[in-house]
Write a protein that binds this ligand. Structure first.
Ligand SMILES: [Zn+2]
Length: 62
């Protein structure tokens, strides 16, 4: 069940960028394609969230 921690924003289907809830690094969907599942390509965390340009300003401060 590798999708358990995956938070999907159905209203942001055009969004192509994600942020890891553990290391706060941002990455694109293409980067995840190299992985066996949906997870952070940097630390392996499965809890990631989609980001939008407006939201990205907020997470930047973390
Ligand atoms: Zn990470």
């Amino acid at each position: 069940m590798s999708y358990v921690g995956f938070m999907v924003n159905e209203l942001g289907l055009e969004v192509k960028h994600y942020i890891c809830m553990r290391c706060k690094r941002r990455f694109s969907w293409n980067e995840m394609l190299y992985l066996p599942g949906i997870r952070c390509p940097y630390c392996g965390q499965r809890i990631i969230a989609k980001t939008r340009p407006l939201v990205a300003k907020r997470v930047k401060a973390i």
